[in-house]
Design a protein around this ligand. Sequence first.
Ligand code: TRP
Length: 377
Amino acid sequence: MTQPQTPTAPAAASDEESLASSTNEASLARSVARSAEIEADLDVNPGRYRMLTGVRPTGNMHLGHFFGTMSSWATIQDRGVDTWILVADYQVITDRDAVGPIRERVLSLVADTLAVGVDPKRSTIFTHSAVPALNQLMLPFLSLVTESELHRNPTVKAELEATDGRAMSGLLLTYPVHQAADILFCQANLVPVGKDQLPHLEQARLIAQRFDKRYGRADRKRPVFRRPEALLGEATLLLGLDGEKMSKSRGNTIELRMTADETAKALRKAKTDSDRVITYDPVGRPEVSNLLLLASLCGAGAPEEIAERIGDGGAGRLKAVTTEAVNEFFAPVRARRSELLANEDHLLSVLRAGNEKANAVADETLDAVRTAMHMHY
Ligand code: TRP
């Protein structure tokens, strides 16, 4: 009896998968389930993973960043995962005309990163602009995506809308491809992301897949690129002090670098409501609940408990309690941060060591890419 022939080529279906699929419910559920599996595996097999995350140096880091992502970097590193942190300096110019005080911001970000516990001996901190081979991957990668695919990316669309009528730059349209290079150049297989960044990760996987399909070795047993996966954090969504989305440009943040007094001053201006009895009710009382959440994240107990303790103490008491919790929690981080900032040579040497390591890996990857493309002379 003849067996049905097993196709030798990889199934076409996954390659035909469109970017839009990452936004549908089923795909989201798959990502959530897979992320939970990885989360469980991290402690068993930390050596299987290389984690990459990126931050744009567009301003000062604030508590939204801290509780959203930064606090997890050192935790992941301490669990034994090879941790890479990219200071995405080229990504600054996706949606603006000037780089701003970029050098200060980059150094400040390096200080923040070290202050929250990232150890430069175990982890790699580097910048886009210092790693030419990473950026060169953008060329072959651009040939692997279509214009309509780029235009459909929901995150790019949202970011364009946030620029208030600015024309879409070529870099904004294609930055998901650059971001794919960020991830793929160092063979990272784990990227901590919020749900809004899932389309980017999907794009990176598609690029890896398409590259290997187009240029991969005939046996396809040793793909040039690893397939990155998402580590979906629990979304701790802190609002800004005005109750809107927390963002640098809105000026509604508490920054990591603020002093205790500046923190108190910012919190005194926070929006609340006129009900003197403090209750935790995120839907009905978002501003009050946001301050309770912030105090809770800083170790003051569960939000409901804090509310009960304050009782009819009103907004003034709530702000005082929150200020104390924030200042106490961040005191050691802030102290480390200012110590680090006073030593620019140290920050630069951390960055240079990271860049050197990133360059070594990037050169190797680009070499494999050029070999696969028969461009090795
Ligand atoms: N786009 C990310 C942000 O704005 C930063 C970033 C750049 C990134 N490259 C990355 C994140 C690669 C994850 C992976 O925060």
